[in-house]
Ligand binder design. Structure first.
Ligand code: HEC
Ligand code: HEC
Length: 350
């Protein structure tokens, strides 16, 4: 199976010591090939000087073009070896294994990506693709290629970008969503309870359920941009696809998961108000409104009150609300927290 080859293939070549060698080789422009390729010179130094993989354009003023060309070629070999079985020869996600997979492999020809550090109308950064390839995507078949030589990852990224011809043209418009460092006090009750208020008020529960695992969710069936059914993530168990660190969770809802989950970026999360919260009362368990009252009372009364704030005040409020939301989501993931323990007792097949 392809995913298995992916892991094993990496395991053969990596290791801490080797990593250094690979890095040195990379800087010199030499490739650590997945398979021995036509007339590859053994010496890294000569590879750097002569661009041995160049064939069609003379070196010299086109050196950088030639370098890219050889990178793409190398990427193609990596792709054929490790990715084609799922993502398909044409990068359209129609590899031979795709039929049997519930969550379908990404179709690279449309330039739509879920896991980005850019806003939802932008292409991802190369480092986002790198992260996905390096860590894999939990819950689905996308393997982690942690042990694949760094240079091969870089090369395969260049190759898959090529499936989307507008990449070069659109890449300049990418808007990066800043991801600050997480505060240290995410485990405090104050943050968690406030985060619950944010969670309810922003209506995350409509897709994720009032308990973070689907209870009372009203949006339960939807299809993604590729026409495949999706279900919302259960926060109480398993690894997150985009990563489990607080910064990863922050990034996920600030950037959105294009085609299936909206983004809550910029100062959107400052707009949580007493007024707005009333719309979420229906989602609460009996008695919960009273418990949350002291936290609800900390939010601005209404949209007017938010508008009167300066933009930097709004941003810092959005920032605080965001981290509180992260704190709440993380609390659902550990049974040691009171919130999760309370919820555990009310788990009745949501
Ligand atoms: C066993 C099947 C499988 C193999 C092999 C595989 N992938 Fe994937 N890949 C997937 C699936 C499934 C998804 C979609 C996950 C989702 O939508 O949540 C995906 C998604 C992706 C994404 C998009 C993530 C996003 O932000 O939307 C990238 C990039 C990617 N794969 C790169 C690769 C590369 C590069 C290789 C080879 C080195 C590879 N994959 C090998 C199954 C596979
Ligand atoms: C319209 C429905 C919808 C809404 C509203 C929604 N989500 Fe999601 N969310 C989804 C879906 C669908 C997934 C699963 C995506 C996947 O598995 O690829 C998801 C996944 C996630 C994940 C996990 C992603 C990962 O890395 O595996 C996080 C974190 C998340 N949502 C946070 C939130 C927060 C916080 C809110 C409210 C501010 C919210 N979501 C609102 C549909 C929604």
């Amino acid at each position: 199976m392809t995913s298995k080859t992916g892991r094993d293939g990496g395991a053969g070549t990596a290791g801490l010591l080797l990593a250094t060698v690979v890095l040195v080789a990379m800087t010199l422009g030499c490739s650590v090939e997945p398979s021995a390729q036509q007339g590859q010179p053994a010496s890294a130094a000569s590879a750097a000087l002569e661009y041995p993989m160049w064939e069609t354009v003379a070196p010299g003023e086109n050196a950088s073009y030639n370098q890219r060309e050889s990178l793409v070629r190398r990427g193609r070999l990596v792709y054929i070896k490790y990715c084609i079985g799922c993502h398909g020869e044409y990068g359209d996600g129609q590899g031979v294994a795709a039929k049997r997979l519930i969550t379908k492999p990404r179709d690279f020809t449309r330039g739509i990506y879920k896991f980005r550090s850019t806003d939802s109308s932008s292409l991802p950064l190369e480092t986002d693709l790198y992260r996905t390839i390096d860590r894999g995507l939990a819950q689905v078949s996308m393997p982690a290629f942690r042990l694949m030589p760094e240079g091969d990852k870089v090369a395969v990224i260049e190759y898959i970008k090529g499936f989307y011809p507008q990449w070069e043209e659109r890449k300049g418009n990418r808007k990066r969503v800043p991801i600050p460092l997480a505060p240290a006090d995410l485990a405090t009750e104050e943050r968690i309870q406030r985060g619950r208020v944010v969670y309810l008020a922003t209506q995350c529960w409509k897709c994720h359920g009032t308990d973070g695992r689907g209870k009372r969710a009203t949006l339960t069936e939807y299809t993604d941009a590729w026409g495949n059914p999706q279900k919302a993530f259960d926060f109480t168990r398993g690894q997150l696809k985009g990563g489990n660190a607080p910064e990863d969770i922050y990034r996920t809802f600030h950037t959105g998961l294009r085609s299936i989950m909206p983004s809550f970026g910029g100062d959107t999360l400052s707009r949580i108000t007493l007024n707005g919260f009333e719309r979420s009362l229906e989602a609460l368990e009996a008695g919960e409104a009273e418990l949350l009252q002291p936290y609800v009372a900390q939010f601005p009364a209404d949209g007017m009150a938010v508008n009167e704030m300066s933009s930097s005040q709004r941003l810092s409020l959005a920032e605080r609300n965001s981290w509180d939301l992260v704190a709440y989501i993380q609390s659902l993931r550990t049974s040691s927290s009171t919130r999760a323990a309370v919820l555990a007792t009310s788990r009745t097949g949501g």
